[in-house]
Structures are given as C-alpha cells and as structure tokens.
Design a binder for this molecule. Structure first.
Ligand SMILES: CC(C)(COP(=O)(O)OP(=O)(O)OC[C@H]1O[C@@H](n2cnc3c(N)ncnc32)[C@H](O)[C@@H]1OP(=O)(O)O)[C@@H](O)C(=O)NCCC(=O)NCCS
Length: 142
C-alpha cells in the first residue's frame, strides 16, 4: 500500500472506468494530487494496481471519499477494508473528525460495505448522478 504517483494515472483511470458507474474526466486524476497527496492511496500487487481510494479534505475537520475501488477478482478479500482503514488514519492525522461520501442508492453492496464500517446515512440527494439516479450521503465520525 502506498501513496498515488503520477505514473499510476493510466492504471487508476482504467480501474475507475471498470469499477465505477460514474464516468470521471481524466483531468480529475491530474488536478487532485497537489491538494492532499496522503488522501490518495493505492494497493499494488506485483506491479499491478488492484485497488485505490481517493479522498480530499473539504474543511478543516471533514474529509470526503471521492472514489474507492478494488479490482473485480480481488473483491471480498479485505482490500477495501485495508484501504479505508489507512485512509481513516490519514484523516485523523490531518485533524479530520468526519468522513463523508456519496453512493448510488442502487449500489447495495457498497452501501453495506460502508455501513459495516460504521457509516450511517445522513441525507439523500435527488438526481445526484449524471444519469438521474439518487445518491445517499454517508457519514462516519472518527
Ligand atoms: C466496495 C468495494 C470497494 C469493497 O472492496 P472489497 O475489497 O470487496 O472489500 P472487503 O473485502 O474489505 O469487504 C467486502 C465485504 O463484502 C463481502 N464480500 C464477499 N464476497 C464479496 C465479493 N465478491 N465482492 C465484494 N464483497 C464481497 C466481504 O466478506 C465483506 O463483508 P463485510 O462487510 O461483512 O466485512 C468493492 O466491492 C468495489 O470496488 N466495488 C465497486 C466500486 C464501488 O462500488 N465503490 C464504492 C462506491 S464509491
């Protein structure tokens, strides 16, 4: 597990494209790193990126998870937990008290994953995603 490097860009973009329904403009992967490099964590296995978590600080006390993905064949083996725990540690070091994120209402496996890790639903946003689907906002108090 290590921090993101600019040379990871293609692999991360590819994993995001395969794992996440929302389509991200590749420029986000170039614009994010200078803000908080410790909030961008990747899991590498034999020169291959198998998971990543990207987050930002949105205030002095609140961090937000923007993306979390583990490659299909490595899911259900604890890697998502590992990435999120490392992220929470970075958040605490930075002084964050809350971690928030949005997830599609239909993404029941991710919703379950986050709830099992202490998140609870704090809001529901109508037509939050580009295809019109609603999103839940989830929050975890560190
Ligand atoms: C959500 C996600 C990151 C979780 O990563 P993961 O490595 O599978 O997570 P873990 O193995 O640590 O935990 C997954 C949980 O599901 C269970 N599980 C079992 N088989 C599984 C499988 N094939 N796929 C996913 N989860 C599985 C695990 O036992 C575990 O249960 P628990 O919550 O009771 O502990 C991953 O499923 C993923 O990349 N999903 C697609 C992208 C996505 O939806 N991201 C979140 C939106 S931001």
């Amino acid at each position: 597990m290590r921090y993101y490097r600019s040379t990871d860009l293609n692999a991360i973009y590819d994993l995001a494209r395969r794992s996440l329904r929302e389509k991200y403009n590749p420029t986000i992967f170039i614009e994010l790193p200078p803000y908080w490099p410790q909030g961008l964590i990747v899991l590498e296995e034999m020169d291959r990126i198998v998971g990543f978590i990207f987050g930002i600080m949105i205030s002095n006390i609140e961090a937000r998870i923007l993306m979390l993905a583990v490659s299909q064949e490595r899911r259900g083996q604890g890697l998502g937990t590992l990435l999120s725990e490392q992220f929470f540690m970075e958040c605490s070091k930075k002084g964050a008290r809350v971690v928030s994120l949005e997830v599609r209402v239909s993404n029941t496996s991710a919703l379950k994953f986050y709830q099992r890790r202490g998140f609870s639903i704090s809001d529901r946003f109508t037509h939050y995603y580009s295809d019109g689907e609603d999103g839940y906002q989830l929050q975890l108090f560190l």
